[in-house]
Each structure stands twice: as structure tokens, then as C-alpha cells.
Design a protein around this ligand. Structure first.
Ligand SMILES: Nc1nc2c([nH]c(=O)n2[C@H]2C[C@H](O)[C@@H](COP(=O)(O)OP(=O)(O)OP(=O)(O)O)O2)c(=O)[nH]1
Length: 139
């Protein structure tokens, strides 16, 4: 079976994570973490930064590995790696998505989100308090 390396990014700003609804292809209407296929010449992090620029027209920063999963779709073995990231800007233009929503990990499956991402969403729930709560000084 053909293997595909795909990356996706959970962008976190102001205590919310962004999910986006696809506006094309066989998964049209599904919500996802934006991303796409890794090209031969690039690292996964480089691919993620490129995809966010192409699809959402923003520069992402603080790209940190979150979790990975394997799924089988349309005859492909999809190796999906998810990263958390931040940005100084929020997307305003839509190209391959019809909508962006800001939510929390507990509410991602209130939307028609990729079932294949369940483990990734669980991993995000696990680190969510560290990512969104300000650290208190010990003294
Ligand atoms: N971006 C993204 N893709 C996901 C997620 N979950 C999941 O199963 N996938 C699958 C759907 C697709 O089969 C594959 C991503 O392929 P894609 O078509 O978005 O890749 P791409 O942006 O490079 O697309 P293209 O240039 O070939 O049109 O990964 C997710 O959360 N985000």
C-alpha cells in the first residue's frame, strides 16, 4: 500500500484551538487541523509551516510535536503527525477551507471532525492545561 506522510497543526491562540472545514475533495465538509503532505525535500516542521502559509496565509511559530497516528484512506496508508503551534496573527483569508472555528479540545467533536484524528485530539486534551494556563510563580 502507498504510504503518505501528512502533517497537521493545532494552532493555539488566547486559550482556543483552530479547526477548519475543508471545502474540496472527498473529505469536503469535514473539519481538520490544517496541514498536508510532506514533500521529499522538506522536514515535517518545514512542511507544516509551508502548508499553513499556503492554506491559511499566516506564519506559525513554536512548532512542537504532539502525537502521530496511522489511518487508511482511499487506498493510502496515511501517517499523520500533529504539532501544536502559535502565531502572532489569525487567518483571515479562506482558500481550501470554507470556515475557521476557535474551540477547545473537549468540543472538537461537536463538529464534523476527522474520526482518524481521535488520538491526536486526546493527546491535545492531555497537554491542554500546560498550553493554556499561565504559570504561577512559586514565591
Ligand atoms: N490536513 C489534514 N489532513 C488530515 C487530517 N486528518 C486526516 O486523516 N487527514 C488526511 C486527509 C488526507 O487524506 C490527508 C491530507 O491530504 P491533503 O489533501 O490535505 O494534502 P495536501 O494539502 O498536500 O493536498 P494536495 O496539495 O495534494 O491537494 O490526510 C487532519 O487533521 N488534517
Amino acid at each position: 500500500m502507498n504510504k503518505l506522510n501528512v502533517v497537521c497543526g493545532a494552532l493555539i491562540i488566547d486559550g482556543k484551538v483552530m479547526i477548519a472545514q475543508r471545502n474540496y475533495g472527498s473529505s469536503k465538509g469535514f473539519f481538520e487541523f490544517p496541514g498536508g503532505k510532506v514533500e521529499k525535500s522538506e522536514t515535517k516542521e518545514e512542511a507544516l509551516i509551508r502548508e499553513w502559509k499556503e492554506e491559511c496565509d499566516i506564519d506559525i511559530h513554536n512548532v512542537q510535536y504532539l502525537a502521530s497516528s496511522v489511518d487508511y484512506q482511499d487506498g493510502y496508508e496515511i501517517h499523520l503527525t500533529c504539532f501544536t503551534c502559535t502565531s502572532n496573527e489569525k487567518p483571515t483569508k479562506l482558500s481550501v477551507h470554507s470556515e475557521y472555528i476557535w474551540t477547545t479540545p473537549d468540543h472538537i467533536y461537536d463538529y464534523n471532525f476527522f474520526k482518524s484524528d481521535k488520538m491526536l485530539v486526546e493527546a491535545l486534551k492531555g497537554v491542554w492545561p500546560c498550553l493554556t494556563k499561565p504559570m504561577k510563580p512559586k514565591y
